[in-house]
Design a protein around this ligand. Structure first.
Ligand SMILES: [Zn+2]
Length: 270
C-alpha cells in the first residue's frame, strides 16, 4: 500500500512535469510491461479477488455438499492438466439463475447454479471448467491485470507481495474478470478446455454441444457475452471444431446419468 501510494504520487508528479521526466516515466513503464507477476503475488491477488466477489450481497454461495464435491472433483481433473497444479485451486458455486462461469488469477473458478442446471453431462462441466482453467493456465487474467495497472500508472514491481497490495490488485482483478478477456483469449481458452478434457478422457465435443445449446436458448447467457468481448458463438464453435480435428482430440467419457443424479439437489433443468 505504502509503496503503491508512493509510486502513484511519483507518477502524478512526473506526469505533470516537463518532457524529460515523461521520457523517464515512459521508459520505466516499458520495462514494467514485461515484468513478471510471481505465483505468490498471483495467489494473493486471486484470494483478494474472491473476497471482493463474495463481499457483494448479491453473490451468495450455493452450499450443497454433493454438488460442491462434484464440481470440485471435475475442476480438479481439469486443474491437473494446466501445468499449474501447484496453485491453490478452488471451485465456488454462486446461487444465480444467470448462466455464467468465470475465473480469477491464482486458481479460483466460479460457476453459477444457472449454468450447472443447463448442462447435460459431466463432460460438458469438464469443458466449461476446462475453459476457465485454461484462462488461469495461460495467465489471461494476469495479462489483463498488468495492462490495467499500467494504464493506471502503477508499477508492477511496486506491488510487492504485501496483503494490501494484493487487495488493491485483487479488487481490480474482480472487476476485470466480469468483462471477459477478449476474443483471442476466449478462443484459446476454448482450445485449452477441449485439450484438458481430452487428456482426462472426456469427449471434447461436449463443450461445442454445450456452446451451441446455450446459443440456441434465445437468451443471451452471461458466459457467452460478458460485455460483448466474447466472440460470436458460431465462430467459437467453428474454430473449436477445426482445432479438435487438427489435434485429433477425443475421449470416451460423457457420463450423463451419474451427472444428473449428482446434480439432482439443484432442481429441475431450465
Ligand atoms: Zn472465457
Amino acid at each position: 500500500m505504502r509503496k503503491i501510494g508512493l509510486v502513484l504520487a511519483i507518477g502524478v508528479m512526473l506526469g505533470t512535469s516537463i518532457g524529460c521526466y515523461r521520457l523517464l516515466l515512459g521508459g520505466l513503464f516499458a520495462a514494467q510491461a514485461a515484468a513478471p507477476i510471481s505465483d505468490q503475488q498471483e495467489i494473493a491477488i486471486g484470494q483478494a479477488g474472491v473476497e471482493q466477489i463474495l463481499a457483494k450481497p448479491e453473490n451468495r454461495l450455493y452450499r450443497e455438499p454433493r454438488v460442491n464435491a462434484y464440481v470440485s472433483e471435475v475442476g480438479g481433473e481439469m486443474a491437473r492438466q494446466t501445468g499449474r497444479a501447484n496453485l491453490p485451486w478452488q471451485f465456488f458455486i454462486l446461487e444465480s439463475p444467470q448462466k455464467n462461469a468465470f475465473s480469477l488469477p491464482g486458481g479460483k473458478i466460479f460457476v453459477t447454479t444457472g449454468i450447472l442446471r443447463s448442462m447435460d453431462n459431466r463432460a460438458q462441466l469438464a469443458g466449461v471448467l476446462g475453459h476457465e482453467a485454461g484462462h488461469i493456465g495461460a495467465r489471461h487474467g494476469i495479462a489483463e491485470l498488468k495492462r490495467a495497472l499500467l494504464a493506471r500508472g502503477v508499477l508492477i514491481s511496486a506491488l510487492g507481495d504485501t496483503p494490501m497490495a494484493g487487495q488493491i490488485a485483487g479488487r481490480l482483478a474482480a472487476e476485470l474478470v466480469l468483462r471477459g478477456y477478449g476474443r483471442q483469449a476466449e478462443f484459446e481458452a476454448d482450445e485449452l478446455g477441449a485439450t484438458y478434457s481430452s487428456k482426462a478422457n472426456y469427449d471434447p465435443r461436449q463443450l461445442e454441444i454445450f456452446l451451441s445449446d446455450l446459443g440456441k436458448s434465445g437468451e443471451s447467457p452471461a458466459w457467452l457475452s460478458p460485455l460483448e468481448t466474447h466472440p460470436p458463438i458460431k465462430e467459437r464453435i467453428e474454430r473449436l471444431e477445426n482445432f479438435i480435428q487438427k489435434k485429433n482430440l477425443g475421449g470416451s467419457r460423457i457420463e450423463a446419468i451419474p451427472f444428473k443424479a449428482d446434480m439432482a439437489p439443484l432442481g429441475k433443468n431450465d
